[in-house]
Design a protein around this ligand. Structure first.
Ligand code: NDP
Length: 279
């Protein structure tokens, strides 16, 4: 069987990120090392975790158990919502490194902007991430769940442009305005819940397309994401699905098929997760 590599994309700071990764939200800590170990075995070299997920230690453990060099696996974690005040953010980042047993992180994100908390001050939190990047402990820094006005505020008040914005994106919620802002300002979009937590896989259009191209619904949806240029990290604790989700670089969807999937967008009604303006 031919091996098709996962493309790497350049971030705005020059670092490279694998376009496909493995997400570990809602994987129990007791199951995480096994799941991540299997993903690494399949060939995934990008893991997306967060302080909030409670499984950073097991992610680090799984990576060490493979014997792979630290620098061949791209690891992202995220600042938890209780720690936006600058001193708390510094301590939380240290706890993340300690849990992973790493001396640096490839990418560190503010998990949610929380515009209704901390007097709406995510800029002072962002300045701590700038500090972490300067001292080399976070190679790249970015944000998650930032809306256009939040990104505009960072552009006006901060020094560093986020390398990525990790937001909800899938066929039922294209999140086009936020993606367009990213594209225009050199901020890569990472699409979370790329399969709409599995809900889009039963969609009749997706099922028809899967039959037409001889692939599974999940492969069709993930292929749609990568052809749009986004970064994705589907979650699965089912070994066969983890493998299936990795086999998306040996076929293509034509423009008409891409448009049919684009046509499933329901706007805000398609969201599976909370709205960042009010969360
Ligand atoms: P996904 O869209 O990745 O869907 C995961 C669900 O789809 C699971 O129930 C899984 O089942 C199922 N699934 C996976 N692959 C297949 C397949 N090939 N066929 C059928 N079903 C499949 O949702 P997530 O919410 O987990 O998002 C992915 C990642 O995004 C997270 O792990 C996390 O890293 C990130 N994320 C970030 C957020 C943020 O605020 N920044 C918010 C939410 C997610 P099973 O496991 O049983 O196989």
């Amino acid at each position: 069987m031919a091996v098709y590599g996962v493309p790497k994309i350049a971030l705005n700071d020059g670092n490279m990120i694998p376009q496909l990764g493995f997400g570990v939200f809602q994987i129990e800590p007791k199951d995480t090392a096994r799941a991540v170990g299997e993903a690494l075995e399949v060939g995934y070299r990008h893991i997306d975790t967060a302080e909030m997920y409670g499984n950073e230690a097991e992610v680090g453990q799984a990576i060490r158990a493979t014997g792979l060099d630290r620098d061949v696996v791209f690891v992202t974690s995220k600042l938890d919502n209780g720690f936006h005040r600058p001193d708390d953010a510094r301590k939380a980042f240290e706890s993340t490194l300690q849990a992973l047993k790493f001396d640096y992180l490839d990418l560190f994100l503010i998990h949610w902007p929380l515009p209704t908390r901390y007097s709406g001050d995510f800029v002072s939190t962002w300045k701590v991430l700038e500090e972490l990047q300067r001292d080399g402990r976070a190679k790249s820094i970015g944000v998650s769940n930032f809306q256009v006005p939040h990104l505009e505020r960072l552009a006006a008040e901060a020094e560093v442009t986020p390398a990525v914005n990790q937001v909800e994106v899938h066929p039922y919620f294209g999140n086009e305005e936020v993606r367009a802002y990213g594209a225009a300002h050199n901020i890569l979009t990472e699409g979370w819940s790329p399969l709409a937590r599995g809900r889009v896989l039963g969609d009749p259009t997706i099922i028809d397309i899967a039959e037409e191209v001889g692939r599974t619904p999940a492969q069709v949806v993930l292929r749609w994401h990568v052809q749009r240029g986004d970064i994705v990290f589907p979650k699965s604790t089912t070994p066969q699905r983890v493998e299936e989700n990795f086999q998306i670089f040996d076929f293509e969807l034509d423009d008409a098929t891409m448009d049919r999937i684009n046509g499933l967008d329901q706007g805000d009604a398609g969201r599976q997760g909370p709205n960042p303006d009010t969360f």
